[in-house]
Design a protein around this ligand. Structure first.
Ligand SMILES: Cc1ncc(COP(=O)(O)O)c(C=O)c1O
Length: 325
């Protein structure tokens, strides 16, 4: 799963690594995202999962990619394509977002399989609560399999699991799993995070008791405090919800984030960081010495999930890719 710029890591480098690591296909949300992967694999190995309008059928067919279809309108619009578009028919088994109704699926599958412009390359569904609700996930899978049993054509590749589905229900893997967050080393026990987010301290100053820091004067010194300003802000993915919340690593120490998050800067209390200097690295996510801050921990401070932490990392943050050793 390399949508949203490979969950913020960079789609193309992640795609390379995933393919080298044994992935047999790539998935994205939009047609535009699929064009970024052009040349890396046979287009048919790329699944465009997001919702498309019938008016986009021509553009979708031209990519040569696998196209997710949830509606008769889109299936019919693709059916007129000049070559057999590989279609992955999506069935809604409880997510309530994309997917055709299970009752509608057998006839849609037949339409896709038998039209000149389309081919049924796959059939799939998506779990709503695979991280937390075993009974619902099982019911969703059973509904999916019962629906497939009513097909009069081959369903092609059958896939249902996201990361939590694959982790909690390895027996639900079917023909493929669509792992996203897990390949980035998050939300899966024992994996190593693929990403670190680092910036630099640009200013240091000492403030006296009673002084305030940042927009809204949200933080007030209760004693003489050494304050570091770091060149990263909400435009780079440090959520404003982190005002006065959580830590950033400096010289292997946890420095509390103080005051409001600005667009381009955050401020830290570095009073307890020995030897701190302008130019020091500030680790927002990642390891520094014995200390580690994970995307999951940051998500707790931001009131969100690790996915949003990763995909919020802004475009101006320079991505540097290196190989795991
Ligand atoms: C349809 C679909 N499949 C798979 C995934 C991957 O999910 P995860 O990152 O939890 O593995 C997503 C992510 O949003 C998705 O929308």
């Amino acid at each position: 799963m390399v949508k949203a710029g490979g969950y913020g890591h960079g789609a193309v480098p992640v795609a390379h690594a995933a393919l080298e690591g044994g992935a047999t296909g790539l998935a994205v949300a939009t047609l535009e995202e699929s064009t970024q992967l052009r040349g890396l694999v046979d287009p048919e190995q790329i699944l465009v999962m997001g919702g498309l309008l019938p008016a986009q059928a021509k553009e979708a067919a031209a990519t040569g990619c696998g196209i997710a279809v949830s509606s008769r309108d889109l299936a019919e619009a693709l059916a007129g394509a000049a070559h057999a578009v590989p279609v992955h028919l999506k069935i809604d088994t409880g997510m309530g977002r994309f997917g055709c109704a299970p009752e509608e699926a057998p006839s849609l599958a037949q339409l896709i399989a038998e039209s000149r412009g389309t081919r049924l390359a796959g059939t799939w569904t998506h779990f709503a609560k695979s991280e937390s609700d075993e009974a619902m996930t099982r019911r969703q899978l059973e509904l999916f399999l019962d629906t497939l049993a009513r097909f009069e054509v081959s369903p092609g590749m059958r896939h249902a699991c996201n990361s939590a589905g694959a982790l909690n229900h390895p027996d639900f893997a079917l023909d493929a799993v669509r792992c996203g967050i897990a390949i980035y080393g998050c939300e899966w026990p024992g994996t190593e995070p693929a990403l670190a987010l680092r910036s630099v301290i640009t200013h240091l100053r000492t403030v006296e008791k009673g002084a305030t820091v940042g927009y809204g004067s949200l933080w007030r010194a209760t004693a003489t405090t050494r304050v570091a300003t770091v060149a990263i802000g909400y435009a780079d993915g440090v959520h404003r919800a982190r005002a006065n919340r959580g830590h950033v690593l400096v010289r292997g120490c946890r420095a509390p984030l103080i005051g409001m998050v600005s667009m381009d800067a955050i401020t830290l209390d570095v009073s307890d960081v020995p030897g701190v200097q302008a130019g020091d690295t500030a680790t927002v996510i990642g390891r520094d010495g014995d200390q580690v801050i994970t995307a999951e921990e940051v998500a707790g401070w931001s009131g969100t999930i690790s996915y949003e932490v990763l995909t919020s990392i802004g475009p101006r943050v320079e991505r540097r890719h290196s190989r795991a050793v």
